[in-house]
Design a binder for this molecule. Structure first.
Ligand code: SF4
Length: 404
């Protein structure tokens, strides 16, 4: 989903606020956004589901704050809140561990341990310095453990800058210079041809996000592009007085496009470009190669980042399952998950995970899913690579990336 200022969610640095109930997370969020975006109340546990708040946080850039519920909640509703909050770890780039009463207790230690275990940088924010500050002993112990901290009041105008300074120290280099989608593969001045089918799945009046992002990427790289529908491709190639540097197609028409593009022109798919940008292409390629070795009664999990309503010929619910059954056999069990509900703890129940391009997510969440799959010995691939493998043109489609 795109935010109101136009930056796609997947490009935003995800900053998650963790802390006990009433630690001041919502007040902190309001301070950063300078508005009442989150419900602030004196009643502990006002925030239930994680609240997402996109904003332009200069000098850092576009961020997404995720205001979690108190993870120490009790009761049935509390357990649901805790589960929702735990899912937030999966997509966190930087954690803000908010402490309202100045006490670094078991709860803070456990969250800090979980963030450190996942190698997620985090900042401890003592958020109510107008009421209580951490003891010298507490600050000293955190500093000697090299855990960065700030002491501020969400109601003091200087608090915002203190938090920004602390955050800036932790922003990953890769966020400040995100990897290109395609531009690094082409010399400046070259031309790419993009094949975009306009079918009943295409949104009215616009292109989908991966296509728009790729167009912008090559323009940023001082390259050009020509965007055509599948039926216009042959004519477009014939008109060019020299071949394009690459043809990038929607995965769903890869068979058709593969037959039209001469073998000496590099060919890949939008989905494969995003497999590289969002995760680890080599792992995803291994996952695609595993399709050919699946036993007929395997279980396959199809994971989509969006929770959109599928239409009849949807790629995740119809096209890929049909191709899988043709390739592996009719006895396959195919299941689906959407959004942030990924069965990380029992992913070993499946023999293969096939993921969408995750264009709306940040890289960390995809890498986190890949980490869970690798730890359980379950291959993972994405739509484009799976289709390329089942069409017999996987090796051609990954040639531009130099993957063995
Ligand atoms: S389902 Fe995945 S690839 Fe498709 S638009 Fe949503 S996030 Fe992007």
């Amino acid at each position: 989903m795109e935010s109101t200022d136009g930056t796609p969610k997947g490009f935003r640095l995800h900053l998650a606020l963790f802390g006990r109930r009433n630690a001041g997370k919502s007040s902190l969020l309001n301070m950063m956004s300078r508005q009442q975006s989150s419900l602030v109340s004196e009643i502990a546990g006002t925030t239930t589901d994680p609240v997402e708040k996109p904003m332009e946080l200069l000098p850092i850039g576009p961020v997404l704050f995720i205001d979690t519920a108190g993870i120490d909640d009790v009761g049935t509703l509390g357990r649901l809140r805790i589960e929702k909050t735990r899912q937030v770890f999966e997509r966190t780039d930087i954690g803000l561990l908010v402490v309202g009463d100045g006490v670094w207790g078991d709860f803070e230690r456990s969250i800090g341990f979980e963030l450190a275990r996942r190698k997620i940088p985090f900042l401890v924010v003592f958020s109510k310095s107008d009421i209580v500050r951490p003891s010298e002993d507490t600050s000293g112990r955190l500093e000697s453990a090299k855990i960065p901290l700030v002491v501020l009041s969400a109601f003091d105008p200087n608090g915002r800058n203190a938090l920004l300074e602390g955050l800036l120290e932790l922003v990953p280099e890769t966020f400040l210079s995100p990897p290109p989608i395609l531009a690094d593969l082409l010399p400046a001045g070259e031309l790419a041809v993009f094949v975009v089918p306009i079918d009943k799945e295409a949104p009215k009046g616009r292109l989908i996000l991966p296509q728009v992002q790729t167009i912008r990427d090559v323009l940023d790289g001082d390259q050009g592009c020509l965007v055509v529908k599948t039926g216009q491709l042959k004519d477009a190639l014939d008109r060019l007085n020299r071949p394009p540097a690459i043809v990038v197609t929607d995965s769903q028409v890869l068979d058709e496009v593969g037959a039209l593009v001469p073998r000496d022109i590099p060919l890949t798919t939008f989905s494969i470009l995003f497999a590289r940008q969002k995760g680890d292409l080599a792992t995803m390629v291994d996952g695609a190669r595993a399709i050919g070795k699946l036993p007929p009664q395997s279980r396959v999990l199809i994971a989509e980042s969006c929770g959109h309503h599928p239409i009849a010929e949807d790629i995740g619910t119809a096209k890929i399952p049909n191709r899988l059954r043709q390739t592996v056999g009719p006895d396959l069990t195919i299941e689906h998950v959407h959004g942030h509900d990924f069965p990380a703890s029992h992913v070993a129940d499946w023999d293969l995970v096939i993921h969408c391009g995750a264009c709306m997510w940040n890289r960390r969440e995809m890498l986190s899913r890949m980490m869970h799959c690798r730890a359980s010995g379950v291959p993972i691939t994405n739509y484009g690579l799976a289709i390329a493998a089942m069409s017999g043109i996987l090796e051609r489609a990954i040639e531009p990336f130099g993957i063995e």
